[in-house]
Design a protein around this ligand. Structure first.
Ligand SMILES: Nc1ncnc2c1ncn2[C@@H]1O[C@H](COP(=O)(O)OP(=O)(O)O)[C@@H](O)[C@H]1O
Ligand SMILES: Nc1ncnc2c1ncn2[C@H]1C[C@H](O)[C@@H](COP(=O)(O)O)O1
Length: 217
């Protein structure tokens, strides 16, 4: 019996991993997909044509970047739908609008007209048959201090040069956002409570919590 069967997790489930930059979404996505024998939908960073430019000049590139991410995530959404599920997704589409686009609009680095264009496109795309909500959103949380340490350790140049205020603002917006999120069930995991790099047992404890959430939906 494999781990998915052991914990009674539906083979067509779609589980999305949410949380601020550097918290450990990609690491968790890969570990869960391996444990459950699910496919991954990973956020691609290296071949993003706007990300570097965006970090150098938010105002100039924020709209372009949001449109790019929206298109990429929508294509992934379509792929998951066509496969019929069985996916772990690295970051939810809800964070693009609920965290990033909103933050840049509020801070004046995205204009009102761009923000309205973006949100109306987002709403039109989400109201389609390709867009069933995920079965579960796993929210990874941790202290700002630990997250900054991880961003530093990972060493992406564009993120190192970004002022700490940006990460601090994002961190507090995430806390507020998750407290009001209700599109699907949520499992909150604190990064202090598991260690995917050292302990094999961590993944089984997480699978058990996932099964409890999915089966009590
Ligand atoms: N459980 C963990 N313990 C220690 N370090 C971790 C853990 N998960 C991720 N990391 C490290 O933190 C950094 C960010 O992780 P990553 O998965 O890329 O985050 P995200 O996808 O949320 O931006 C990476 O250097 C990764 O190796
Ligand atoms: N929607 C987004 N707007 C701006 N920046 C974004 C968005 N989605 C992701 N990003 C950035 C943040 C990071 O620098 C990279 C990858 O995100 P990560 O949380 O490390 O997976 O893209």
């Amino acid at each position: 019996m494999n781990l998915r069967e052991k914990y009674g997790i539906n083979k067509n489930a779609v589980i999305t991993i949410a949380g601020t930059v550097g918290v450990g979404k990609s690491t968790m996505t890969t570990a869960l997909a391996e444990a459950l024998q699910f496919k991954t939908s990973l956020e691609r960073v290296n071949d993003n044509p706007y990300l570097d430019k965006f970090y150098k000049d938010f105002k100039r590139w924020s709209f372009h970047l949001q449109i790019y991410f929206l298109a990429e995530r929508f294509k992934e959404q379509k792929r998951m739908f066509e496969y019929g599920g069985g996916f772990i997704q690295d970051r939810s589409i809800y964070e693009d609008t609920g965290i990033f686009a909103k933050m840049h609009f509020d801070k004046g680095t995205m204009s009102k007209v761009d923000y309205e264009t973006y949100t109306s496109l987002f709403e039109a795309m989400v109201m389609t048959p390709y867009f069933p909500h995920p079965d579960l959103l796993i929210y990874l949380e941790g202290s700002l201090e630990d997250i900054l340490e991880r961003i530093k350790l990972r060493g992406r140049e564009m993120e190192q040069e970004t002022p700490i205020d940006y990460w601090q603002e994002m961190h507090s917006r995430y806390e507020e956002w998750i407290n009001h999120f209700n599109a699907c069930p949520i499992l909150r995991l604190n990064i202090k409570d598991y260690d995917l790099q050292q302990e094999n047992a961590s993944i089984e404890s997480i699978l058990e919590q996932i099964a409890n959430k999915l089966n009590t939906k």
